[in-house]
Design a protein around this ligand. Structure first.
Ligand code: SF4
Length: 406
């Protein structure tokens, strides 16, 4: 199998933060994370979804902790996950009342591996300073890191108003959008500085500054990254549904990752009703994999097809193999270390088929319309077989599985 060489692009230097058993930042690979959409108070549903996300490859999972019932459920959720062998660290997402929930439910504070604080609703100004300090104090007592997660939908309005006022009388005023971006950045940096004043070490702080527009996200993170060395959590908030959400998240985070910015990513997709939550994990993994930063699952390369192939055999075969690989990965990861580095090619005709197949670990070039109905198979660059007849697809699948087992 081809040895996978991750891209060694220069990464922004960030302070590494230990979240449970997962390292975020420093020299650690970019971590994939996700968030449940179950009611955390419903422990059954939450355990099932966390387990599914972890099985899909989420290395950290965030859960909402919004009320007493949720806080009470957290230790039970942790225990049950441990019992079924799912050791993914859980992050508590707190807003408004996090200080109270963490103080009143110490078992919840202990069961979580990190607390997310939104400085827009638990800021460090005025009376909310006590709330912010309380959360930091609890994090220090339980030895937990925090993410100071700014979101422009819940931005600290006091800070924004002050910056707008200052801009209005400035000799060199900037645009309202630029003031907004500055407010987002300052909200994160000032809160992190306050957390440090309260005794939190830099290696216990992760920052995020999420917005919903691609260009804003790139501008905010590029600026934030140049102004601090905190580990950064990347994510486009309210990315949207379907292909729009995927494209917007990939475009914005791809550019930032290429610049070495970002230590953990979440792709926030709005699921279709009843849709699979694990899709966001799959997209995050594929983003990191296609950019050459990490390998998670074997890559199945397939040509798009064109008028040279009127049969759907190759699309079906490529889809079948891809589905089979994804479904098998939880087991294969344990059984076949390194399997994620495998490259499979399923090509539609002789034009690019043999060439692409030779570059893959195992590849097949199916016959296009009008071609001799034979399908050469290449393993490690060498032609090893020519398949014929109606069972080409199933025979090739068997060869792929044999290759993996070997
Ligand atoms: Fe078309 Fe053949 Fe290229 Fe596939 S490999 S896109 S079938 S020319």
């Amino acid at each position: 199998m081809t040895e996978y060489t991750p891209m060694r692009l220069p990464r922004r230097r960030s302070v590494a933060v230990q979240v449970g058993h997962v390292m975020v930042g420093g020299d650690a690979p970019v971590v994939v994370q996700s968030m449940t959409n179950t009611d955390t108070a419903d422990a059954d549903a939450t355990v099932a979804q966390v387990a599914a996300l972890a099985r899909a490859g989420s290395e950290l999972v965030r859960i909402t902790v919004d009320r007493e019932e949720s806080a009470m459920a957290v230790p039970r959720i942790r225990e049950r996950l441990d019992r079924i062998g799912v050791n993914v660290p859980l992050i508590g997402d707190f807003h408004y009342n996090g200080h109270k929930l963490l103080a009143d439910f110490p078992a919840c504070a202990e069961a979580l591996a990190k607390y997310r604080i939104n400085p827009g609703n638990v800021g460090f100004k005025g009376k909310r300073d006590t709330q912010f300090s309380q959360i930091i104090d609890i994090a220090l007592r339980h030895d937990k890191p925090v993410r100071i997660g700014v979101n422009w939908g819940s931005l600290d309005q006091e800070l924004l108003t002050r910056l707008m006022d200052e801009n209005a009388v400035s000799a060199n005023p900037i645009s309202a959008a630029a003031v907004m971006r500055e407010a987002i950045i300052q909200s994160g940096l000032l809160s992190a500085a306050r957390a440090e004043e309260l005794g939190m070490r830099r290696d216990r702080i992760i920052l995020s500054a999420k917005v919903s527009q691609v260009q804003d996200l790139i501008a905010v993170y590029a600026d934030l990254a140049s102004r601090c060395d905190y580990a950064l959590h990347l994510g486009l908030t309210e990315a949207g549904m379907g292909t729009k959400g995927i494209v917007a998240s990939s475009a914005s985070m791809g550019i930032l990752l290429q610049q070495g910015i970002g230590d953990t990513i979440r792709v926030s997709l709005t699921p279709e009703p009843g849709g699979d939550r694990s899709r966001e994990v799959q997209v995050a993994q594929e983003l990191l994999q296609v950019m050459g930063f990490r390998a998670f699952v074997p890559v199945v390369a397939a040509c798009p097809g064109c008028g040279r192939t009127t049969s759907t055999v190759f699309q079906e075969l490529a889809g079948d193999i891809q589905d089979h690989i994804r479904d098998s990965m939880p087991e294969w990861r344990e059984k076949y270390p390194g399997v994620e580095n495998l490259n499979v090619a399923v090509m539609g005709c002789i034009v690019n088929g043999p060439g692409e197949s030779k570059f893959a670990d195992i590849g097949i070039s199916l016959p296009g319309t009008g071609e001799t109905p034979t399908a050469p198979v290449f393993i490690d660059g060498e032609k090893v077989a020519t398949l014929r007849g109606p069972n080409i697809a199933s025979e090739f699948k068997t060869m792929v599985l044999d290759y993996i087992e070997r």
